[in-house]
Design a protein around this ligand. Structure first.
Ligand SMILES: Nc1nc2c(ncn2[C@@H]2O[C@H](COP(=O)(O)OP(=O)(O)O)[C@@H](O)[C@H]2O)c(=O)[nH]1
Ligand SMILES: [Mg+2]
Length: 368
């Protein structure tokens, strides 16, 4: 399941600072066997107020939040697509992530060298976008040059697919040659399916993380405004101060963090906003299991059925799925206890066709 987000950006924009702050309180990795453990990969808890509220009503011995992975990807410089810097190695890493957080330097600091000499976020964004587009162009051209051979194949399926692909690749090629990301090209769902296995980087969803100066956090910032205008979707632009986040992240208790944030005038840690937005951007949703032993958040993909959701806990749950006993967490918040919400008729028995909803609390019945 798409659970990871790569952090990219030019050198010295604050990627590693943000990555370190994100992963300063690492999630308990043993609960998440599917996660990769490498030095540049961090498993991060996804904060969820609903989980706290459930746990205050059904008091568990243990709380296990949902997680996602962040990957610190170094080595993107101008010319990376031609092998500059870490070049190809970098591009290999970035092909494997599901979404991208693009950190853009909006802070001025004469002590910290900017690779281009001046802080100019739009130029930086373009540099990165062009490199990524060129990397994808290489992939598309390679496929394109194979098409004539494939079109002559005796296997009708292969030749048919190649013929269908030709106009799509032509469009893509022109688009990428202009340095534009594949995601901004208008493709229908069949075309998208046809090019899926190309694994294009510029088709991945991207959030822009504006790293602003500590004194300027929360104030209107011309750099941030210009990025919002460029991206054209405020939902995909967030403002963070790497330095402040790293100071928050070393504080021990939530109370201390809250006090510190109030002192610097922010309501919520920028990292929590980043995590939440990235989780949502990946189309991820949460259901809960709740009992005295543990309250746990499970991540599913929008559109999953009850047996598929059960399979996230264990494949046996999916194989032997009988039914799901479901209520929504809002019902628990209203009626306060499970027996009371049951009395009110809020506990439902759902079968194999049931589509999971964000915020469901589920007890699976299975037999293997
Ligand atoms: N003043 C200031 N410096 C920062 C901020 N974020 C990062 N830095 C500094 O910028 C330098 C480069 O940061 P780093 O995270 O290593 O950048 P990376 O190359 O993108 O991974 C380091 O000296 C950081 O301490 C910030 O928000 N404000
Ligand atoms: Mg770094």
């Amino acid at each position: 399941m798409g659970l990871n987000c790569g952090i990219v950006g030019l050198p010295n924009v604050g990627k590693s600072t943000i990555f370190k702050a994100l992963t300063s309180a690492p999630a308990e990795a043993e609960n998440y066997p599917f996660c990769t453990i490498e030095p540049n990969v961090g498993i991060v808890n996804v904060k969820d107020k609903r989980m706290e509220e459930i746990s205050s009503l059904i008091v568990p011995q243990k709380k296990i939040p949902a997680v996602m992975e962040f990957v610190d990807i170094a080595g993107l410089v101008k010319g990376a697509s031609k092998g500059e810097g870490l070049g190809n190695q970098f591009l290999g890493h970035i092909r494997q992530v599901d979404a991208i957080a693009h950190v853009v330097r909006c802070f001025e600091d004469s002590d910290i060298i900017h690779v281009n000499g001046v802080v100019d976020p739009l130029v930086d964004i373009e540099t990165i976008d062009v490199e990524l587009a060129l990397a994808d162009l290489e992939v598309v051209e390679k496929k394109f040059s194979n098409l004539p051979k494939l079109m002559k194949s005796h296997d009708k399926k292969v030749s048919g697919l190649a013929k269908a692909l030709l106009p799509t690749l032509e469009k893509l090629k022109e688009h990428l040659e202009n340095g534009k990301p594949a995601r901004s090209l208008d493709l229908d769902s069949q075309e998208k399916k046809d090019i899926k296995d190309l694994n294009l980087i510029t088709l991945k969803k991207m959030i822009y993380v504006c790293n602003v100066k500590e004194e300027e956090l929360g104030q209107s910032n011309p750099h941030v405004e210009s990025i919002k205008k460029y991206v054209g979707d405020d939902n995909r632009v967030i403002e963070i101060c790497g330095k402040i986040e790293s100071e928050i992240s070393v504080l021990e208790s939530d109370e201390e963090k809250q006090e510190f944030m109030e002192a610097v005038g922010i309501e919520e840690s920028g990292l929590d906003v980043l995590i939440r937005k990235a989780y949502h951007m990946l189309g991820l949703r949460t259901y809960f299991t709740a009992g005295e032993k543990e309250v746990r958040a499970w991540t599913f993909k929008d559109g999953m059925t009850a047996p598929e959701g059960a399979g996230i806990i264990h494949t046996d749950f999916q194989r032997g799925f009988i039914k799901a006993e479901v209520y929504h967490c809002e019902d628990l918040f209203q009626f306060k206890t499970e027996p009371k919400l049951k009395e009110a008729g809020k506990l439902r028995i759902e079968g194999k066709e049931y589509l999971l909803k964000d915020g469901d609390v589920i007890h699976f019945r299975f037999n293997v």
